[in-house]
Ligand binder design. Structure first.
Ligand SMILES: *[C@@H]1O[C@H](CO)[C@@H](O)[C@H](O)[C@H]1NC(C)=O
Ligand SMILES: *[C@@H]1O[C@H](CO)[C@@H](O)[C@H](O)[C@H]1NC(C)=O
Ligand SMILES: *[C@@H]1O[C@H](CO)[C@@H](O)[C@H](O)[C@H]1NC(C)=O
Length: 297
C-alpha cells in the first residue's frame, strides 16, 4: 500500500515537472535523406506533447547548401492553417497532421538541397521549442557537356580543348580521350570542378582526330566531341615539294642526255669537216642541266 503511494507521488511529481518546465520533444526518424531530382522526399519530424494541440504551431525551414547564412521558410502550420512558401507552393504538404509534423516534398529541385529544421511549439507548454534537424541531398545526373577548342595564346602550335558541364550531383568526373586511331586517355586540368581542359602541344597531322569528353557520376554519363583536323603546310609540303623536284630533276636529266646525244651526234658530224676542241664541248654540255635547273626552281 505504501509502495503504491510512493509511486503515485513520483508520478505526480513528474507530471508537475512536465507541466512547469515541459517542452515539446521532437525526434527525426531519418536525419539524412537522399532523393533523385524530380522525385518525392518525405522529411520526418515526430513530436510529443502533454498539452492538447489547440495552439500547435510548426515551422519548417531550409538552410540551402548554396548560401549557409539565411534559412528560408518552407511551410508553416499555425492557427489551424497551412502556409507554403512561394518557392514550394504546390510541391510541399504535411502528411501526418496532427500526429506528426512530417512533410512530403514533390518534384524536388537541386536548390531544395540543404539542412531542414522543424520547429514545434505547443503553448501553453513552456520551455524551449522542440527542434528537429535533417539534411536533404538532391542527386542529379550530369547535364550534356559543351566541348570547345581554342588556340593556346601562351605557346604557338598548342590547342586547348575544354569541356564544361553545368549540372550534376555528385560533381561529375571528367575524362578526355583521343578515340582515333588509338584510344588514349589524356590528362585533364580541372579548375573549379565543372570545367576540364586538355592541352595538345605541337598540333600536326599526327594529333588530328576525334577527341571525346565524358562526364559521369553514379546517375549517368554524357559525352561531347571535338574533331580536330590539322592540315599543316609545314608538314605536308616538304614531301610534295621533294616529289615535284625529283620529277623535275629526272626530266632535266633526260633533257640533258638528249641534248648530249644531239650534241655528240652534231659534233661528230662537225668534227668530220673541222677538228674542234673536244674538251671545251664537253664542259659546255656538263653545265647545261644545272643552268636549266636553276632557272626552274
Ligand atoms: C505529392 O505527390 C504525392 C504522390 O504523387 C501526392 O499524393 C501528393 O498530393 C503530392 N503533394 C503535394 C503537396 O503536391
Ligand atoms: C613541341 O615542340 C617543341 C619545340 O619544337 C619541343 O621542345 C617539345 O618537346 C614538343 N612537345 C611535344 C609534346 O612534342
Ligand atoms: C573529322 O573530320 C575529318 C575531316 O574533316 C573527316 O574526314 C572525319 O570523318 C571526321 N570524323 C568524324 C568522326 O566526324
Amino acid at each position: 500500500m505504501g509502495c503504491v503511494g510512493w509511486k503515485l507521488f513520483w508520478l505526480l511529481c513528474l507530471l508537475s515537472t512536465f507541466l512547469q518546465y515541459g517542452a515539446v520533444r521532437v525526434t527525426v526518424r531519418e536525419s539524412a535523406v537522399e532523393v533523385v531530382r524530380g522525385d518525392s522526399a518525405t522529411l520526418t519530424c515526430s513530436f510529443f506533447s502533454l498539452m492538447p494541440l489547440f495552439r500547435l504551431s510548426i515551422i519548417w525551414t531550409l538552410t540551402p547548401i548554396s548560401h549557409h547564412e539565411s534559412p528560408i521558410q518552407v511551410i508553416v502550420y499555425a492557427h489551424g492553417q497551412v502556409i507554403e512558401s512561394p518557392s514550394f507552393i504546390g510541391r510541399v504538404g504535411f502528411v501526418g497532421m496532427p500526429w506528426n509534423a512530417d512533410i512530403i516534398l514533390n518534384e524536388t529541385r537541386i536548390s531544395d538541397a540543404g539542412v531542414y529544421r522543424c520547429v514545434v511549439n505547443n503553448p501553453p507548454e513552456t520551455g524551449d521549442h522542440g527542434i528537429g534537424e535533417l539534411s536533404l541531398t538532391v542527386l542529379a545526373p550530369p547535364s550534356l557537356p559543351v566541348c570547345l577548342w581554342e588556340w593556346d595564346t601562351d605557346a604557338a602550335g598548342n590547342v586547348r580543348l575544354s569541356c564544361a558541364v553545368v549540372d550534376g550531383f555528385p560533381t561529375p568526373q571528367m575524362i578526355w580521350e583521343k578515340l582515333e586511331p588509338d584510344q588514349i586517355t589524356l590528362p585533364v586540368n580541372t579548375d573549379g570542378g565543372m570545367i576540364g581542359s586538355v592541352q595538345i602541344a605541337n598540333v600536326s597531322a599526327q594529333t588530328s582526330g576525334l577527341y571525346r569528353c565524358s562526364v559521369s557520376n553514379p546517375l549517368g554519363t554524357q559525352h561531347c566531341y571535338v574533331n580536330l583536323s590539322v592540315y599543316s603546310p609545314a608538314d605536308n609540303s616538304p614531301g610534295i615539294l621533294q616529289g615535284v623536284m625529283l620529277s623535275l630533276t629526272m626530266a632535266l636529266l633526260l633533257l640533258a642526255l638528249m641534248v648530249l646525244a644531239l650534241w655528240l651526234h652534231r659534233s661528230a658530224q662537225e668534227s668530220k669537216w673541222r677538228n674542234s676542241n673536244e674538251d671545251e664541248c664537253y664542259n659546255e654540255i656538263k653545265y647545261t642541266p644545272s643552268l636549266i635547273k636553276r632557272s626552274f626552281v
